[in-house]
Every structure is written in structure tokens, then in C-alpha cells.
Ligand binder design. Sequence first.
Ligand SMILES: [Zn+2]
Length: 273
Amino acid sequence: MSQHPIAKTEAVTLRISPFSNTSQVVTWLTPDYGKIATVIKGALRPKRDYAGQYDIGYRCELLFYEYAHNGLHIFKECTALDNRRACHGDWRRTAVISYLCRLAADATPDGAHIPELYHLTDDALRTLAQTPPPHDLLMLWYELHLLELLGISPHLRHCTLCKDHLPPEAGALFSAELGGVVCDACAPHRQESAARRLTPDLLALLRRWQRAAAFAPLRGVPLDASQRDALCQTLRHFLSRHLDTAPECRAIAFQMAVMQVRKAATERPSAGG
Ligand SMILES: [Zn+2]
């Protein structure tokens, strides 16, 4: 292997798959090389070298030989820089990690060089570890920004049919198939079972989130369970129409988050005491 140059980069572990009885293929998202896959030989042996240094969602320092055979690089070594310790043993956060990493792995095209996607993913995972649940809004914020970085952002400001600007106080029909909102003049001509009405407050919220580079200021937005569900379903339709990714992994992560919202609502003491 020594004839090949060694590359060193930060990387988020996106996916781990068995490769043989003793080896694994690990898919990483990196700021410098995009999405790459490495073979880790001996990863499944009882006495393995890098136990605890990488797992789904970890941020690592990765060294690999810059030579790919059938799309697979040869791993050299890695060190965990952030193992998301606060998420360990927390099944709700673990479900979110699984979903975000699965989405990033499925959605990032091979060979695409989008450093911002690495930073977005690492930022979302760090925020997940640092903020209390529920994390459904964090997932929605991540999805919106991932779509933007991939160049398939939903159109929320102009009608996708007539291109007219939609005033901020207006609600609109949201068509996953057309890729965004449809104004009231065009809506009656639109036949689409999955299209759904976005109320003015939810449309304004999505627009604001689309512009918000950081998630932290959005956390305090008061939303009830039905509003959260409407946002979740709107983006679910959009993602399933525009990306080839696993919907069941998303459904589990959101179900757990919504359970948390409902639990908090029932535990809250009533206004009358
Ligand atoms: Zn229109």
C-alpha cells in the first residue's frame, strides 16, 4: 500500500456494512473528498484495532490510502474526535442519528464535492447531542438545508406554475411533484392527491427555516402536535418524490420525536392547576 499517498481528513461515519467475515465497509462524509467508502480489514475480529473509534454519526479524523478499487479506498486509521457521548444509550437520539446519517448517505451523490454538506451534518449531530428532545424540528431543518445544498430546494416564495410571488401572509397548496407551492389562481387546475395545503403560519415558518443557517434560534418556536405533523408530512412527500432514500428510517425517528411531544403535553399541568 505504501506506493499510494495517504489522505487525512475529518469525516462523519454514515454507514457501516459487513464486507466479509472479518471486514467492514464504512461510508464517510468528508469536507475534503465528499462521500467515500473504505474497507476496514479485521474490523469484526474480537481484538480489533479501532474499537470505539468510529460508529454511525461519530466525527473522526480519518487516514486512508488515496487509491480506490471498485469505489473502495483502503482504510489506514481513525480516531474519534466527537463520539456524541450524550446520545449513547438514548434510543430517541440514536434513531435520529440513524436517520440523518442514512439520509446523508443516500442523498449525497458519489463524487459530489459539497463541503457544506459535511458541516451541516456534523452541526446537526452536535446539536442533537447538546439540546433536549424533541428533535423533530432539528430533522426538518436538516432536511431543508440538505435539499438546498443538493440544489433541489422546495420553492416556497413563488408559484411553481405561474411564477408569481406569493405574499408572506398567504397560505398555498404545496405540490411535492411540482417541487413547491402553487398559488390560489393555479391551484384549482392542479390534480395531485399528495398535494397539501400549507397554512400561512407554516409556510412562513418553512421560509424562515430555509434561510436560517443555524438551528439554535428556531428551537423555541411554539408548535402544536398537528402543526409538527403537517410539516413532517409536507417534507416527507417532497423527499420521497425527489430523493431515493429509505422512508421507514425517517418514520421511526419522527414517530419517536412526536411521542415525546405528546408525552410532554399530557404531563404538563393544566392551567387550572
Ligand atoms: Zn400560480
